[in-house]
Design a protein around this ligand. Structure first.
Ligand SMILES: [Zn+2]
Length: 693
């Protein structure tokens, strides 16, 4: 069988030949990392591992213990501290019980923890404890879930694994599932694996290496079986006849529809979008059967809180539809999705249910790609990542005779399960600007850098735009996937468009635009060259116009308001000698902001200005001849400027970049200034001549 004809890929045994830790906990940690290293074996945040052995408790007694991966960590990156050690002698007697509620189980396990500071033990702790083996691995591998998620799964598992496998019909994790798995393994010494219907795999061994090796072995046996049974079949019924979009056409289409989509899936809070058009995704979204398959349900209960039961499917025919048709279709479909979600919650809720955010977490645009939705890039990518698993499971299960999933009731019971919601509660609380995207011009400078830091610190994703591309990249370097840099000149239409394009393709759009790129020159009027005049007006006038124009285009397409903050200057209000080019351009900026406040109001777009004065620290402007020119204008030495500026303020203080950044945050934040537009906030230590009136 050639690689291309494979329905599902085989996985690799990554166990190393040397450098294996000596202790059991070290070995299970290694196995966990190896399982998580291939997401076709263990999806992000999913699956768990355990080891049994002896240890010394807090009183110095030798006790039998079980270490189980705790709630909230990921196999690929977990550390030793993410395992929860429990006293086995306190856990094992539970096997004799007939039933146990989730609350009782959680309460009991909390009392069995050898270390109260360890993470809360996993929902699946009892499953690990009841299987009588030193090492137990539970995962949700693609190839096993193909069988577990096929209508005729039980028969197929029996054909593939004969009497080596036990099949457990679907039941939500908890005491009963743990007892069923434990009983199956205890009753049949010949058993090598347990397949949990519509859920995943359990294997065990005397060592971490054995359990890991068996996990890989049974996954590959399942994959070979599926591939042999489906050898003649295309995935998802084959491709539709329409031609694929070229990369350039797809990019153009995404640039125009992503802001629309972002607005459409941000009904209760702002979302970040992540585009995925990898070959596997492309194959799926242009296939004959995708439209039907996406309605079936989740491929694993573990995906539900991050993907919802079903994705938002957007039909698109590249032959007959254009960007405009698609843009008109998206908000209607997003609303229909919310209505259906509300009905699903209504059908299954009880009086304590707090409905989750109703927007789609996974969007599939036919012939275009997959778009992950979340309140952070990490969340958005997680939705994509988990849907990749769903695509692989659907491919095999569909070809084997029919993909099946949890019923609506079963899905709801997992999605709203308090123990599943507990995992979400472990995430850090959302920042004030969580889900927002801010584009900052002049980001490589002192004020720009402080603004980036301030807004990112409140949870915003940042696009740093600067003539100095390296400086822009430095400004967002520490932000990881929450930052992007664009190099370019604010006076060039194409460069500004490119920067906004970056924000759209990277995060789905923009909410906050801080126009801060600066320049300054100082000279008496007769010595001000036309070139200097035009340079000031080009950067501070035209540049701010171009940035505002593209900001409006994206904000209007999203339809959810937004904030534009113009970093002006005291000189925009107060007349000052020997700086006519700079001061008049700054005054134009201020009036631009006021005019745009009028224009943006009906669309919820707020436009405000922050007027700093004499921010010398970290400023690139003050490193230029401007410092000497200003000192000259005041008849003092350049070194005396700080004292001079402090002396002329009402408050007697110097102004720092972070002072300006906090004022920008004020206007950027809906919470702080949602009802303010057309305003000016001076951050100048108090300069009487610039008091607004
Ligand atoms: Zn599981």
């Amino acid at each position: 069988m050639s690689t291309l004809e494979r329905m599902i890929d085989l996985v690799e045994d990554r166990w190393p030949d040397d450098q294996v830790p000596e202790d059991a906990l070290g070995q299970v940690l290694l196995a966990s990392h190896l399982l998580g290293a291939d997401r076709a074996v263990a999806n992000f945040g999913g699956g768990n591992t355990s080891a049994k052995g002896s240890t010394t408790d807090h009183a110095g007694r030798e006790v039998d213990a079980i270490w189980v991966k705790g709630s909230g960590s990921d196999l690929a990156t977990m550390g030793r501290d993410d395992f929860t050690p429990l006293r086995l002698a306190d856990v094992l007697p539970l096997f004799e019980r007939d039933e146990m509620s989730d609350d009782d189980m959680v309460g009991h396990l909390a009392r069995c923890q050898l270390d109260p500071a360890a993470p809360r033990s996993s929902i699946e702790t009892l499953l690990h404890a009841f299987v009588p083996a030193a090492h137990v691995h539970h995962t949700h591998p693609d190839a096993i879930n193909v069988l577990a998620g096929t209508r005729d799964g039980e028969r197929l598992v029996a054909e593939c694994f004969r009497n080596e496998a036990a099949w457990i019909p679907y039941i939500r994790p908890g005491f009963t599932l743990a007892k069923q798995v434990g009983a199956a393994v205890r009753e049949d010494p010949g058993l090598r694996l347990v397949v949990l219907a519509k859920h995943g795999l359990v294997v065990w061994g005397d060592s971490a290496e054995e359990a890991y090796g068996r996990t890989i072995e049974v996954i590959n046996r399942a994959a070979e079986f599926v591939n042999a049974r489906t050898a003649s079949q295309p995935r998802f019924g084959g491709g539709l006849p329409q031609a694929n979009l070229h990369d350039k056409a797809r990019r153009e289409l995404l640039l125009s529809i992503l802001p629309v989509l972002r607005g459409a899936v941000s009904s209760e809070r702002s979302k970040i979008l992540t585009v995925d058009s990898s070959p596997r995704v492309e194959e799926f979204v242009r296939s004959r059967d995708a439209a039907e398959l996406v309605t079936v349900g989740a491929a694993c209960p573990d995906h539900l809180v991050n993907t919802k039961r079903v994705p938002l499917w957007v039909p698109f025919d590249p032959g007959s539809d254009d960007a405009e048709t698609l843009a008109a279709r998206i908000p209607e479909l997003a609303q229909a999705f919310r209505d259906e979600y509300a009905a699903y919650v209504e059908d299954h809720r009880d009086e304590d249910t707090r409905p989750a955010d109703p927007d789609a977490r996974v969007v599939l645009i036919q012939h275009v790609g997959l778009i992950g939705v979340g309140t952070s890039p990490k969340e958005a990518r997680l939705s994509c990542e988990l849907y990749h698993r769903a695509i692989e499971v659907m491919a095999g299960a569909h070809a084997l005779g029919g993909f099946t999933s949890l019923t609506e009731g079963e899905s709801f019971a997992v999605e709203y399960w308090p123990l599943e919601l507990y995992k979400l509660s472990l995430r850090p609380p959302p920042g004030e600007l969580q889900g927002k995207v801010a584009l900052v011009t002049g980001a490589a400078g002192g004020i720009g850098g402080a603004v980036v830091e301030e807004l990112a610190g409140k949870g915003a994703c940042i696009v740093a735009f600067d003539l100095d591309g390296e400086g822009a990249a430095d400004a967002v370097e520490s932000l990881g996937d929450a930052g992007a840099a664009a190099a370019g000149d604010v006076t060039q239409e194409a460069a500004v468009r490119e920067a906004f394009g970056r924000a759209v393709l990277e995060f789905g759009g923009v909410d906050i635009v801080v126009s801060n790129a600066g320049v300054a020159s100082s000279a008496p009027i007769e010595e001000t060259s036309l070139e200097e005049w035009e340079r000031n007006h080009s950067i501070l006038g035209t540049g701010y116009f171009l940035v505002a124009r593209d900001a409006f285009a994206v904000l209007r397409a999203q339809g959810r308001g937004g904030a534009i903050v113009v970093v002006g200057s005291k000189n925009a209000l107060a007349a000052s000698k020997n700086a006519v080019a700079y001061s008049t351009a700054k005054a134009a900026e201020l009036h631009l902001a006021r005019c745009l406040a009028e224009e943006g109001g009906p669309h919820g777009i707020r436009v405000n200005a922050v007027n700093p004065d004499a921010v010398l620290q970290g400023s690139r402007i003050w490193d230029t001849s401007w410092r000497e020119e200003r000192a000259d204008a005041y008849g003092i030495d350049p070194d005396e400027l700080e004292d001079y500026y402090r002396g002329r303020t009402v408050l007697g203080v110097n102004v720092l970049p972070e002072d300006v950044a906090r004022a920008v945050l004020h206007f950027a934040s809906e919470e702080r200034s949602g009802k303010s537009t057309g305003n000016i906030l001076n951050v100048d230590g108090g300069v009487s001549a610039a008091f607004p009136r």
